[in-house]
Design a protein around this ligand. Structure first.
Ligand code: KIV
Ligand code: ZN
Length: 523
């Protein structure tokens, strides 16, 4: 059996569409907001990874969201670019339609809640009104594109007969993808499988649309539920890199894709993901958002292929399959960790950047290369992760305030003294400040150069690689009037890395101050 789809043509029954919502569901969760450049970098990386649909944002939410969806629509070449809209919001659908217009292939995703709880308390609407809005929302979306998706928010907690009616109305009014989210991560795998099987059996027209699954991870079941939905007949998976998303997040793209690849005997589906790119996209997102992946995270955590116990190491040496169900290389871990040395030239550095998934302009490559040379002088061995940390630091948005230099005098006998230079709005400013230790002195110097009311809410340092000459990667979280921003910095000098992180956070705060807060969104 196959389906004719406006964006994908004929879709065979064993084909699964990968719908990435890192830039929408992921980006709307606290601490994960990205600026325009960061979103564009992620969108390009997602396209190269092979995702079929990129949900680029919620255009009506703010002018910034609108612009980023529009720019992604201009930039992405093959993937379908999708904009979110509420079924009941006429302006929502117009904004989504306008924002995705430049895309070669485009989708509007409209949604409305269908569970008794959401209809009564959140929407304060009667079921009949919801049905009317499903009809009008999908009709309106079809005015802008033939590729229309409709979602039943809180679908997994919706009364089955009503869910069937909603889906029937959505299909009759132009939707060709039907998404049934487990919005609050409450469903169990058997329940989800049954919902999709029921819809396919009972709803007229179900045979002509793609069913989609969107699972939140509140009970840690998102990926298991996604696999179960496939068994029930879903053929589109909504997921995010590193599993980011509202609350406990969404199904992690890398996990479900590798589950399909590794357990093809049970999940016999095709998709277009180039799995060796998974690690670099995961790292890119972690660096952009300043949220490191937990070490034991499946596929992309740094322990995912590490073997500590003697028994395991012995088994691995005899035959890797004893304790590895997939090869590290299949998801992007490379064996060669020593990459470049201080004699490496620009061409080798550029090649390395390409291999790590970076596509940078000449000026940025040159700036990164200069920092690499300094690092290679300081550090005996330069690892892939060192390059990633350095380049991500270099490509961060340091618009108004830039780090210039730091001199420190510290030790156990006297208060530490920091002499800091920052470039603020193209003017180099200097401060010399003492403090209770080098970090305190350096942070006080930032405060003196650029006075601000934000307070330090989190400060953490981790080594990028092993050894005493490892680069430090620092995360700084600042809070101002309830707004939180995270910044990251990397450098072979721990205090310089901390200052870079602080400056990064401060720049983000400045952007946040000028940006209108998006409307409160559900899901
Ligand atoms: O979780 C959810 O219900 C959503 C919808 C908007 C698809 O994110
Ligand atoms: Zn969601």
């Amino acid at each position: 059996m196959s389906i004719e789809h406006p964006s994908f043509g004929r879709i065979d029954d064993d084909r699964v569409i990968i719908f990435d919502t890192t830039l929408r569901d992921g980006e709307q969760s606290p601490g994960f907001s990205m600026n325009l450049d960061e979103k564009l970098r992620m969108a390009k990386a997602l396209e190269e990874l092979g995702v079929d649909v990129i949900e680029a944002g919620f255009p009506v939410a703010s002018p910034g969201d609108f612009e980023s969806v529009q720019r992604i629509a201009e930039t992405v070449k093959e993937a379908v670019v999708c904009g979110l809209a509420r079924s009941g919001g006429k302006r929502d659908i117009e904004a989504a339609g306008e924002a995705i217009a430049p895309a070669k292939r485009r989708r509007i995703h409209n949604f409305i809640s269908t569970s008794p709880l959401h209809m009564k308390y959140k929407l304060r609407m009667e079921p009949e009104t919801v049905l009317d809005l499903i009809a009008s929302g999908n009709q309106a979306a079809r005015q802008f594109t033939d590729d229309v998706q409709w979602s039943a928010e809180d679908g997994s907690r919706t009364e089955p007969d009503f869910l069937c009616r909603c889906v029937e109305v959505a299909i009759k009014n132009g939707a060709n993808t039907i998404n049934i989210p487990d919005t609050v991560g409450f469903a169990t795998p058997d329940e989800l499988q049954a919902i999709f099987a029921m819809l396919r059996e009972r709803v007229p027209g179900a045979e002509n649309v793609v069913f989609s699954t969107h699972n939140h991870n509140d009970l840690g079941l998102a990926v298991a539920n996604t696999a179960a939905a496939l068994a029930g007949g879903a053929r589109q998976i909504e997921c995010t890199i590193n599993g980011i998303g509202e609350r406990a997040g969404n199904a992690a793209l890398e996990e479900i894709v590798m589950a399909i690849r590794t357990r093809h005997d049970k999940l016999a589906f095709k998709n277009n993901i180039e799995t060796p790119r998974l690690l670099s996209v995961s790292r890119m997102l972690a660096n952009i958002t300043s949220f490191d992946v937990q070490p034991n995270k499946a596929i992309v955590g740094r322990n995912a292929f590490a073997h500590e116990s003697g028994i395991h190491q012995d088994g691995i040496l005899k035959n890797a399959a004893t304790y590895e169900i997939m090869t590290p290389e299949s998801v992007g871990w490379t064996k060669t960790s020593l990459v470049l040395g201080k004699h490496s030239g620009r061409a080798a550095f550029r090649d390395k950047l390409k291999a790590l998934g970076y596509d940078l302009d000449d000026v940025t490559v040159q700036q990164a290369f200069e920092r690499f040379k300094i690092l290679a002088d300081q550090k005996k061995t330069v690892f892939d992760d060192d390059i990633r940390a350095l380049v991500d630091d270099e490509t961060r948005d340091h618009e108004r305030i830039k780090f210039v230099s730091l001199e420190l005098v510290s030790g156990s006998k006297h208060p530490a003294q920091a002499t800091l230079e920052l470039n603020v709005d193209s003017e180099v400013r200097q401060a010399q400040v003492t403090g209770n230790g080098p970090v305190d002195a350096a942070f006080r110097a930032i405060q003196e150069i650029f006075p601000h009311d934000a307070t330090l809410a989190l400060f953490s340092v981790a080594a990028v690689t092993e050894g005493t000459d490892a680069q430090a990667r620092t995360t700084v979280r600042l809070e101002e009037n309830g707004k939180l921003v995270d910044g990251q910095g990397a450098d072979a000098d721990t205090v310089v890395s901390a200052v870079r992180a602080y400056v990064h956070a401060l720049n983000k705060l400045l952007v946040k101050r000028t940006r209108a807060e998006p409307e409160a969104l559900s899901a």
